[in-house]
Ligand binder design. Structure first.
Ligand code: G3I
Length: 363
């Protein structure tokens, strides 16, 4: 085994050079550094991947206090047919997390994507209410003792859909109207009374992107309305899919937005952090600097806000990242969006996380 847990054979097979790890190598646990400041650090995983890659499992154990089911708790994974639930992958995720001593973050009870084909037909104004509440009762109820927080509703705002309130015209919205959001939270509360319940969205991160700045306003109004209506919501989950090809414009606007969310009495979770380097030019060394700069600039602002209690990266190593399928580079080089490289060696992005947690105020 190499120092970072990759077997020599596996490294050679994947064509990776066994160069010495940088001197600041991954000895410092992100989980511990974050925990010292009152932040829970974690990563998203796929159960079949972690089962087949013991070195990666070791890395997760060292660094993650929380594990998110990247896909295993979505409707299309859990509901192959209208009347059959398949909990195999979700159960495997929970069992893995338990063995690792990590909490589980549930993703996602309601989303307009990753819906099984049968649901398109089954979802009507007459059936939608029961479908929604039955699903949440079964799923959140099954994991009530193990999932400590849920993305209850994912990606509810889409200003391009033209509604004054900015709500997305998702299949759930079309069937039930705006009330589906509160209904989902109430069902989750009933099924898992101890879980923290979050509303999750993307496109809230950059200060220099007009639609994102506007979306912050829409999101704040929505959160205010949900609080005023007594909906049991505990947190806003900001996905944090950053783009390395953009200037890391995280400043006063993001700070203000986070403070406004906190003023509503809500916690804030960063739930899907990664930095897309699909369009970042240059060699690996340059791309890693650019990617790390985005992590650093974002986290420096975000961790200054004491309401931020969780930071989760969308994967932990470039060896396993959905970015490689979704955002391949034109030069066919492997994408490098995460803190550890494909040989599980720490990158500059890892160091950016270390520095951000070390420099964060305690909460
Ligand atoms: O499991 C099947 C496999 O059986 C099949 O052979 C294979 C063929 O394509 O597909 C596999 O399913 C894929 C699944 O990922 C697991 O790998 C789906 O096609 C693919 O669409 C799915 O993509 C996921 C995507 O959400 C859609 O659900 C990505 O892994 C996942 O990273 C991504 O995550 C989303 C968050 O849930 C919400 N926020 C945005 C984020 C995307 O960056």
């Amino acid at each position: 085994m190499t120092r970072l847990g990759l077997s020599r054979r596996a490294a050679l097979a994947s064509g990776l050079a066994l160069t010495a790890a940088p001197t600041w190598a991954a000895e410092r646990s992100l989980r511990d550094l974050a925990a010292a400041k009152g932040v829970l650090f974690g990563a998203a995983i796929e159960p079949h991947v972690v089962q087949d890659d013991p070195a990666f499992a070791d890395l997760l154990q060292r660094h993650c206090g929380s594990l998110t089911a990247e896909n295993a708790m979505k409707w299309n994974a859990l509901r192959p047919t209208p009347d059959r639930f398949d909990f195999a992958a979700a159960d495997a995720t929970v069992a893995f997390a338990r063995r690792q001593g990590a909490q589980v973050y549930g993703h996602a009870l309601v989303w307009h994507e990753a819906m099984p084909a049968w649901l398109d037909e089954a979802l009507t104004p007459r059936t939608a209410g029961a479908l929604l509440s039955d699903h949440i009762r079964r799923v959140a109820g099954r994991y009530a003792g193990s999932v400590t927080a849920w993305d209850v509703v994912n990606e509810v705002v889409e200003r391009n859909d033209g509604r004054r309130d900015g709500l997305r015209l998702s299949p759930w919205f079309r069937a039930l109207g705006p009330s589906y959001i509160g209904a989902a939270f109430r069902a989750a509360r009933q099924a898992a009374p101890r879980a923290r319940l979050a509303l999750a969205d993307y496109g809230l991160e950059y200060d220099d992107e007009r639609w994102m700045v506007e979306k912050r306003g829409t999101m704040l109004s929505l959160l205010e309305d949900l609080k005023a209506a007594g909906v049991p919501i505990h947190a806003l989950a900001i996905q944090g899919h950053l783009d390395g090809a953009r200037r890391p414009a995280f400043g006063a606007g993001l700070r203000r937005f986070l403070a406004q969310v906190a003023n509503l009495g809500l916690e804030i979770y960063i739930t899907e952090l990664d930095v897309n380097d699909q369009k970042v030019p240059g060699n690996v060394a340059r791309r890693d600097v650019v990617v790390a700069d985005s992590y650093r600039a974002f986290l420096d602002v975000v961790l200054d806000e004491p309401a931020v209690r969780r930071v989760t990266t969308w994967g932990l190593t470039d060896r396993h990242t959905s970015k490689s399928g979704m955002f391949p580079r034109a030069d066919r080089a492997g994408v490098r969006p995460l803190p550890f490289d494909a040989a599980l060696r720490p990158k500059l992005a890892y160091q950016a996380l270390v520095d951000a947690f070390a420099g964060a105020p305690r909460r």
